[in-house]
Design a binder for this molecule. Sequence first.
Ligand SMILES: [Zn+2]
Length: 1166
Amino acid sequence: MFGYGCNNFTWNGTLRELGSSYPAFCTEQRRLRMTATPSSSSGLEVLLTALQNEGDVESTLNILNVLDELLSAGTDRRIHHMISKGGSEALLTALVNAGRSFCPNYTILLPLLHLLAKVGHRDRRIGMKAEEAGAVLLILNLLKHNVKYPKRAAACLWVIQVFASSVSTANLIGENHGLDVIFHLIPQYATKHLHTIKAAINAFGALLCTKANVYSVVSKGYISGLLRLYEDWHIKDTQHNAIAIRHSLLCCLHKVTHCTAGRKALISQGGISLLYQTTQICLLSKGLVSLVEASVQLMRKCLPKTPLPLTSDQSVYSFPLPGMSHDVCYANVAPDENSDESDDEEAEENEEAESRDYDDDLETDLNKLRLRPDPDRPRELLLQYSRLCPELYHDFEELDLISEPERVHHHHQMRKICYSTVLLLATPGGTEGVKNHPPPLQNLALEKETSTERHTPSQSQIKFNAQLKAYDFHSHSSILSTSSNSQPMVREARGHPPSGLRGDEEVNEEEEESHHHTMIDRLLEKHGACIPHHDPKLYHSAAAKTKSIPGFSILAFPDFWGHLPPPGHEPMVARKPNIQRQKVFEDVQRFLNTDDIINQVVFDLEDSSLQCPSDSLRFFSSFECGNLRKAVQIRRYEYDLILNADANSSLHTQWFYFEVSNMVADTPYRFNVINCEKRNSQFNYGMQPVLYSVREALEGRPHWVRTGTEICYFRNHFCPTQGRRTTFYTLTFTITFKHNEDVCYLAYHYPYTYSALKAHLKMLQQSVDPAKLFFRQQILCGSLAGNPCLVVTITACPASRAWKDMQQLRNRPCIVLTGRVHPSESNASWVMKGTLEFLCSSDLVAQSLREAFVFKIIPMLNPDGVINGTTRCDLNSEDLNRQWCKPDPALSPTIYHTKGFLYYLNSIGRTPLVFCDYHGHSRKKNVFLYGCSVKETLWQSGSAVDTVGLKEDPGYRTIPKTLDRIAPAFSFNSCNYLVEKSRSATARVVVWREMGVLRSYTMESTYNGCDQGIYKGLQMGTRELQEMGMKFCHSLLSLTKDMKALYSRRLINHIDLDHNILDHKSHNCFEDDEPPCVEEIEYSTDCPALNGTDLDSDVNSNMASDDEEEDDDDEEHRGGSISQSQQSSMKSCLFPHLIRQASIEALCEKRNTCNGVSITNGQIKS
Ligand SMILES: [Zn+2]
């Protein structure tokens, strides 16, 4: 009798070492060596050669026995070794030899098939090898002859499943009616031969890895058959003994719905409803999670693609670009030819990504890493930037004139007047002046405001405003009003009766405006919040000059009024178990049961006359940074929200900021932002959107607060209106408002407007002592829409006008900081705010920093994007952080001039010591830096370049290392210093490569919170973001080499005051940035794998008995349960190697990739 078991077998050497512990092997080997092979061959090769030479039954069985023993005892490595020695070919030859005869000997054939299934399972080329050996049609024939013998049929089916890993083999089987033969082996519910049934379903599923087979199955109407089978097994398998079979059927359905025709067929056959109903029942039983998951994915995948309810994907906001016809800027999206095919491909990622494969993207060309390219412009163009170094030309006369006691007095006087040297833009970037030449900076007139009263417009301002009109830019009337809904509440807050009683509806516009102004004054008097560095009136006047595409005339209340960080910390929210599934169910119900669906547009940015029901929420977004294009009421308390694409573009939707009113208190409202673009989001990992309540603010609590429950971010079934192949994602959250009839604002993150920056800089300027602190605000250039891009210089005034002190000032190294190139990254602005305030503070560290460095800060590189509420781009629909290599002076002026200014600093020998561009990161936690290092890039890429002789200053690590110690939100482990090809046009890489700035960084701040340090588990607020900006400044002290000599003991102690947080880190934390949550977002359209259904265990259980008849009894004894029989087969495991989970996954992955290829390109062979 053929026996496989040998429990005491151990093996840790080569086959030769088997020795006397295994006499059968030795006998066999000796015998074989005499006959066939050269003596130098290894034992394995001897066995394989012998297997192919048709020997007698006994010796063939012996060889199979030995091979099986060897392969069973170890890990997969042994099988791979055998494959490398021609094991698959030997088994295939043996199969062909044994199977060819008219009356095959199943005593040999069955173990041979079993072994082939196991080995072939791990051989990527098994399909091709089988074709070459002529084994493919042979196995199909064997199957046809053995449909009545479940055990033999199962063995054939496994081998077919394995062969189908190759596209051409799968097609060959399909062309020879293999699919039909196999499909008819899948019966309605049964209790016998479950292994064989499962083998048939799996083989059927494996053959569906090719386009041709999928189309053939769909056209033959098998989808209906599969659905009916699934239904039958679902209804009758009440004891849940056949979960694996039901799961396999779902996997087949997944595969046939890879094509549009398949998905349509599934819907027309009532598949969605069947899946929905069966899933509801499966949810009642605990052990059926795998079926629920597979069904949910299937439903999501098959829900018909629904175009967004928009007339066009193009942004509502368009802006005529200089030198371009209006049509050109719209032509950035070509319709996709293949759009009716598989929707599996994801849109390219556009994020400073972490999910991409670094190794492919790393720059390995040493020349590109080391050589500095020539400047992108002639040297004479750089002179214009000398004006941006006012500290070098300022004579500090006032220092001599004022004696110390007087100086204090002088300072007080200076505070009263607005002495700013703000440059006003004489020629805003209109239709002229910006073609192929940089905007004529010499035209930027320097005018000193000398008015003694802060808020009276100066001559220059009046002139400026007049010019604005001339250039036909929208100018604001800038009245404070939220939407009309807020009026009653505001009135009430003022102590006035509701409007209806006063009959004041008919006031004309001017009266209305002045009326508003008085109202604002009274409101401020009564409720005015004391918010540091914020003045509502100053904000109001700053906003009046801000130019937006639609000409915003209304201020959002939170920006006007200001806000304070919430009093306490805000923990990340625990994700509700199965929340995604629940939301998907609700969405599927929309499709199945339309009774409670309202589906009414209640807000449309393009249609202000829209009437909406009196009991629906009101939305509004026509204000700075606002972004909401459309709101559709879906159910009584549920709304779909559609975001406006970036101006002049049809892409980039993620940022949102809008007003909502007319709510009922204590009622949960579900909001779905249905056209998000990013693949994943921190909203799945504890992050909440932010909310500001006007009523709360008027009651003395002016806070943006993290809010929302049932938050989840997942792929949906919406698509663009114009057939572009893009997948959209839904951000869903539920909000329960505290007050009736409140006016609230909801945003992706704490908004920070361009007007806020202008007002803030003005406040800062007014707060500093000009005798000590040199603060200059200048205009770098105008943006496309004519908004000034501001640059700020901060340094300490020299101690005196003595040559030595003046010289010290002129020799201070520069530190250049930029930010907010990406408009949605408002967190970057909050960090920048922290930096600016700290540098202007009387803090001793700040003072030392000012004495040591000159700070050149461009806080907002993309004013137009910020103002118009875009997510990623400037008005030219380009990502400005990809323009640094050769920025276009007309189309990317802020980048062109920032780069020019850096060239200028370079040319006068003042290359910045540090450059840092502040960003926000949507998919990671913590704050971290990206830097640039030749060595680290080469190491990481595995490049062959010898790095031993390469010299590199490791100074780029000093700041991140220091930050890791002193900044609670900072994570050193998340930093990297790799130069990627895809980032070659970013600020960080260009400033490093072209300007030779060693410490050139991107600072990435999370939108969410931290997973380490003292803020672990907490969401970031503006307080923490500002603190980060301050800590970044602190870290710069580490660059002053002789810090101890330079700064007094007192100062060092001062820094050490932070000692309580110095050791806040667990320095060995290598936690994932996005730890897996209870349920990962499931983006895969493939059937989720079912644990424990590996082919091996099935094969093993088939081997438990060798005889067809016995098997039947056996199964009945076991109650026909696959799981039970699997367990028993594990115990008596004849191939006892349990494969590690990792290798299973690796294998599955390999197969999936392979399948993916085959579907998109039927010609590719594995
Ligand atoms: Zn960014």
